[in-house]
Design a binder for this molecule. Structure first.
Ligand SMILES: *Cc1c(COP(=O)(O)O)cnc(C)c1O
Length: 380
């Protein structure tokens, strides 16, 4: 290991933090053989409905699959698919990229979405990347703070008064009329983009279970489709058991599943801290329900308390995710207790988005005060 100061050129054999001259240090340039640096889009080229416009890519996908220490405690082999490393810090970028590829090819000059958080930021970012106008429709209650991460990309952000559920459909209609391509939560190109998660997992291991935080259902459908296509192509022998995870305070899919209904019903008075999965009337709810029935998959709902505990546990091993993204771990614990997941199983949980997106209800840890004079004492 050799470190070098980029300013004065001094080298170090031990891992110092800074150079004696006060400047930073960096590892010397590695001299190694390169591999073909192909992205998930290129490796699975024939699985996409259109050619991904690689020049518009921001580096979405190809996210880390991290072995979790929590698995040992629970008695399973647990892996975390860390989607927080995407360009706007959630898996939404995978779908947005593919949908924008389409919008550009189709000659649209503007794209849009209906969202309160992650999808809004994602669409705004890829719009400006592609030189398109972005129309972002948000609900009346969305905080100004949250919208900074959207408007920073130069998008036209519009707070809409009225029923948020209807906005999804109105936007598609008006979009068609006005030539704005709306890339909402379960847009077909968006869902296709999510298949990459299944592809990448399969390249590394063959899971028995995959835990998927579920709101509109776009993500669940995309991952399901990915695995199904791999099976039909003869690339895997058997499908994993997919588990849709919802927050108890807004669980229209799990409720319909439990009651053996074929259609979901609007969830009245939704209330959960997991805002990113709080769609009371998910536009792909019925499609998810059908998949659950068809393949004998599951739906599990978890409480806010269980979600916050799982969020703390993930932070405890170095991964800070938003509450919605911690639901998979909360569900895993529940399913282990109920013996619905067997000991020793290989489990993947999708960490859908970064904790930095939702700081308002994070407890955080202790912070101590210290003067520079008493620093030595404080450090002891
Ligand atoms: C969008 C989102 C989900 C749910 O995805 P759907 O496609 O709406 O089911 C889960 N977690 C996070 C962080 C999200 O942003």
């Amino acid at each position: 290991m050799k470190l070098k100061c980029p300013i004065c050129g001094k080298t170090y054999d031990e891992p110092v933090q800074r150079c004696e001259c006060g400047e930073p240090v960096e590892f010397e340039a590695f001299n190694a053989e390169p591999y073909l640096g192909k992205t998930v889009w290129e490796r699975f080229w024939d699985f996409w409905p259109i050619e991904p416009a690689m020049e518009l890519s921001l580096g979405e996908g190809d996210t880390p699959l991290v072995k979790s220490k929590l698995g040992k405690e629970l008695g399973v082999r647990l892996y975390l698919k860390n989607e927080t490393t995407n360009p706007t810090w959630s898996f939404k970028d995978r779908g947005t990229f593919l949908a924008v590829s389409y919008a550009v090819k189709a000659g649209y000059k503007a794209i849009g979405t209906v969202s309160t958080g992650n999808m809004a930021a994602s669409v705004a970012a890829y719009a400006t990347r592609a030189g398109l106008k972005a129309k972002i429709l948000v609900s009346e209650s969305t905080s100004g703070e949250k919208l900074k991460a959207v408007s920073v990309y130069g998008a036209d952000v519009i707070r809409v008064r009225g029923d948020y559920g209807r906005l999804y459909f109105e936007s598609l209609e008006l979009g068609e009329k006005l030539g704005i391509y709306f890339i909402n939560s379960d847009n077909p190109f968006r869902v296709e983009g999510y298949k990459g998660i299944a592809f990448e997992i399969t390249e590394e291991l063959t899971p028995d279970y995959v835990l998927i935080p579920t709101s509109s259902g776009g993500l669940f459908r995309g991952i399901a489709k990915g695995f199904i296509e791999l099976k039909e192509s003869g690339l895997i022998d058997k499908l994993p058991t997919l588990i849709a995870v919802q927050a108890e305070g807004c669980s229209p899919v799990c409720r319909a599943f439990r009651e053996e209904k074929e259609r979901i019903e609007r969830f009245e008075n939704p209330k959960t801290i997991a805002k990113a999965i709080a769609n009371p009337y998910p536009p792909s709810g019925n499609a998810v329900l059908k998949l659950l029935h068809e393949f004998g998959w599951k739906c599990t709902a978890v409480s806010d308390e269980e979600i916050l505990e799982a969020q703390r546990e993930l932070a405890g091993e170095g991964l800070f995710v938003q509450p919605a993204s911690a639901t998979g771990i909360a569900a895993l614990k529940k399913l282990m207790e109920m013996e619905e997941i067997k000991e020793g199983a290989k489990v993947v949980s999708i960490l859908t988005g970064s904790g930095l997106k939702a700081l308002s209800h994070v407890e955080g840890g202790k912070v101590r005060e210290c003067s520079l004079e008493s620093l030595e004492e404080c450090l002891r």
